[in-house]
Write a protein that binds this ligand. Structure first.
Ligand SMILES: C[S@@+](CC[C@H](N)C(=O)[O-])C[C@H]1O[C@@H](n2cnc3c(N)ncnc32)[C@H](O)[C@@H]1O
Length: 248
């Protein structure tokens, strides 16, 4: 590991706006932020541009960026400190463990920003809008809490639309080309590091937001989704798929 990362890992331990694999958090987020404001998560936050941007735009909310990589969280946490933002924090953990950190209904909404699209069919279950993850989100989200995906991946966008359709989600907004939309709200103008990289090369950013049904359908729909995934050509089997395994 490089010297810079080692220094960041040491420094981040003393940041009061970063929690690393914390214990005993469910039900305590209001006291952590010292107010009763609604809590929004940014999943796969990387350097946390969205969590920070939203915290600046909406002082009447609390924002928590979640990612595995301490090295990236360090960047966001340092920026949030420099900006003096008290309504944003970061948590280092696996999204797969989300239910260990929140009580049912403790989360008001979720942003998923430019997650690894996991284009290989065999990795579909790792896509952060796969029903496997929606079932986790449902356990922490307040009823009617929005899930919002911003992505440059046409495949992940199509997949998410299919999931929303198959599983009876209510789509609130659906923008095939975010920056071509008239009257784009400020929160959709926040740009992240990965947005700037344009890895998908599509030169287009997609957005979809939706709420979950009361009961997320089970096995029959999972089988239907699996078949749909199998029949899609994401052009992916040859592509490198992101970096979810890295834990630095
Ligand atoms: C493509 S990057 C996007 C980062 C940031 N949202 C952006 O747009 O610049 C995906 C991020 O997801 C994180 N990630 C992937 N799988 C994860 C998981 N299971 N739990 C937590 N973080 C994960 C990676 O560490 C990485 O920072």
């Amino acid at each position: 590991m490089g010297q810079k990362k080692l220094i960041r890992f040491e420094e981040i331990k003393s940041f009061d706006n970063v929690l690393q694999y914390p214990e005993g958090m469910p039900g305590t987020w209001s006291s952590y932020f010292n107010n009763e404001l609604p809590l929004t998560l940014e999943l796969a936050c990387g350097k946390g541009e969205y969590a920070i941007g939203l915290a600046q735009l909406f002082p009447e909310g609390n924002y928590l960026g979640i990612d595995l990589k301490g090295n990236r969280l360090w960047v966001g946490a340092r920026k949030a400190k420099a900006l003096g933002l008290r309504n944003v924090a970061f948590m280092r953990t696996k999204i797969d463990q989300l239910t260990d950190y929140f009580e049912p209904g403790e989360v008001s909404s979720i942003w998923i920003t430019f997650p690894d699209p996991q284009l290989r069919k065999s990795k579909a279950k790792k896509r952060l809008t796969h029903p496997k993850f929606l079932r986790l989100y449902q356990q922490v989200l307040t009823a009617g809490g929005k899930i919002q995906l911003k992505t440059d991946s046409p495949s992940l966008y199509r997949f998410t639309k299919k999931v929303a359709e198959l599983y009876g989600c209510t789509v609130i907004d659906d923008l095939d080309d975010v920056y071509a939309a008239p009257d784009l709200p400020d929160e959709l103008r926040i740009r992240t590091h990965y947005e700037g990289l344009d890895i998908a090369g599509s030169n287009r950013i997609h957005f979809i937001s939706f709420t979950l049904p009361g009961i997320i359908p089970g096995k029959e729909k999972d089988a239907e989704l699996k078949e749909w995934v199998f029949n899609q050509d994401t052009g992916a089997e040859k592509e490198e798929d992101g970096d979810e395994e890295a834990t630095e």
